[in-house]
Design a protein around this ligand. Structure first.
Ligand SMILES: [Zn+2]
Ligand SMILES: [Zn+2]
Length: 315
C-alpha cells in the first residue's frame, strides 16, 4: 500500500475494483478507482483527458496497472458520488442529501459536463419539504444547473410561499457563482404578483352576488362591513400581506369563517330573497388556482423571457 505525504497508508475507494484509472481527488489526494470507459461516455472533458492526446490517456495504452489522474481542485466526497452514479453503484447513492452537497454535485457535474448522466439519480434530492430558506436557495441553484424544470418550479414555489423577507439576503457566493442574479428579481416579482392576486381575491369577496339586495334594506352592506372587519381581524388586509409569508396568509384565508353581522336587519319587502353569503366556499377555487400557479418556469428564466406567452412550454 502506498503512503501519503503524512506517512499514513493510502487507501483507495474502489468504485470499480478493476478500474484502469485512479482519480486522485482534492488536497488530501483521496483515491477513487474507476473505469475510464464510464467516465469517457458520461463526460466530454474526461473523454479528452483520458484520450490519446493527453498524458494520462497516452500512458494508459499498453499499461498493466491503473493510471493516476490528479484532480486537486475537486472535492473527494462529491466526485465519489458522481463516479458511483456513473458506474451504476446504486447502493452507494443516498436518496436524500444536504442541500449544499446537492449544489456541490451540480457544480462539479456542470464542470465535467456530465449533468445528463446524473439526471435521474439526482431527482430524489430535490424534494423541497423540510428545508429552510437557505437550503431552498441552494436547491434552486442546483435545479437551475441540472436544468430540472419541474424541481425548479416546485422549489421556487416553496421559496415564494414560505419566505417573507428579501430574497437578496439569501444570496451567497455558492449561489451567485452558478445562477444569474435575475432569478432573485424573478422571485421578488412572482411573490409580489402572488400577494397582489391574493389581496384581489380577498377584497373581491366582498361583492359576493348571493348577498346582493337592491332594496336599500342594508342586508348587503352589513355583510360587506362584517366581511371587511374579518379580513382585518385575520391580518389579511393588503398591508398585512406584505409582512407575512404567502403560505400563512393562504392558510388564514382558507380557514377564515364567514362573518356574522352584529347589526340587526331592517324589514325588507324582498326579505324572502335574502341569502346568507358563503364567502369561504366561494373563494376556495380562486385560492387553489393561485396556489397552483405559484413557482418559476425554468425555461422563461433561462431564456430571459418576460412573458409566459412566448415560452416554449404552456403555463
Ligand atoms: Zn333586502
Ligand atoms: Zn415559461
Amino acid at each position: 500500500m502506498e503512503e501519503t505525504k503524512d506517512g499514513e497508508p493510502r487507501s483507495t475507494i474502489k468504485i470499480a475494483a478493476d478500474g484502469d484509472v485512479i482519480l486522485v481527488v482534492g488536497p488530501k489526494a483521496v483515491e477513487l478507482r474507476v473505469h475510464s470507459l464510464f467516465l469517457k461516455v458520461a463526460s466530454k472533458p474526461f473523454s479528452a483527458m483520458l484520450g490519446p492526446d493527453w498524458k494520462e490517456g497516452d500512458e494508459m495504452i499498453g499499461r498493466d496497472g491503473p493510471v493516476e489522474l490528479p484532480l486537486p481542485e475537486d472535492k473527494a466526497a462529491t466526485m465519489e458520488l458522481i463516479c458511483a452514479i456513473i458506474h451504476h453503484r446504486n447502493e452507494r447513492i443516498p436518496s436524500t442529501l444536504p442541500a449544499l452537497n446537492v449544489l456541490e454535485i451540480a457544480v462539479t457535474a456542470d464542470k465535467y459536463d456530465c449533468i445528463d448522466a446524473l439526471k435521474f439519480a439526482s431527482q430524489s434530492w430535490f424534494c423541497p419539504d423540510g428545508h429552510d430558506t437557505d437550503d431552498l436557495m441552494f436547491l434552486t441553484a442546483s435545479a437551475y444547473l441540472f436544468r430540472n424544470a419541474q424541481a425548479f418550479k416546485e422549489i421556487t414555489k416553496a421559496m415564494i410561499l414560505s419566505h417573507s423577507g428579501p430574497y437578496l439576503a439569501l444570496s451567497c457566493e455558492e449561489v451567485e457563482s452558478v445562477m444569474s442574479w435575475k432569478v432573485f428579481c424573478h422571485l421578488e416579482e412572482a411573490r409580489n404578483s402572488a400577494r397582489l392576486e391574493l389581496a384581489d381575491i380577498l377584497l373581491k369577496g366582498v361583492n359576493d352576488p348571493t348577498v346582493h339586495c337592491v332594496h336599500k334594506c342594508g342586508w348587503s352592506s352589513k355583510y360587506a362591513y362584517a366581511y371587511l372587519k374579518s379580513l382585518e381581524g385575520q391580518q389579511l388586509w393588503p398591508t398585512h400581506l406584505y409582512r407575512t409569508s404567502i403560505s400563512k396568509a393562504l392558510e388564514s384565508a382558507e380557514k377564515m369563517s364567514d362573518p356574522v353581522p352584529k347589526e340587526s336587519s331592517v324589514s325588507c319587502t324582498y326579505g324572502y330573497k335574502h341569502r346568507t353569503p358563503e364567502y369561504r366556499r366561494n373563494r376556495c377555487w380562486s385560492l387553489e388556482q393561485l396556489n397552483n400557479s405559484i413557482g418559476l418556469c425554468l425555461h422563461c428564466v433561462r431564456s430571459g423571457s418576460a412573458s409566459a406567452s412566448s415560452c416554449r412550454v404552456t403555463h
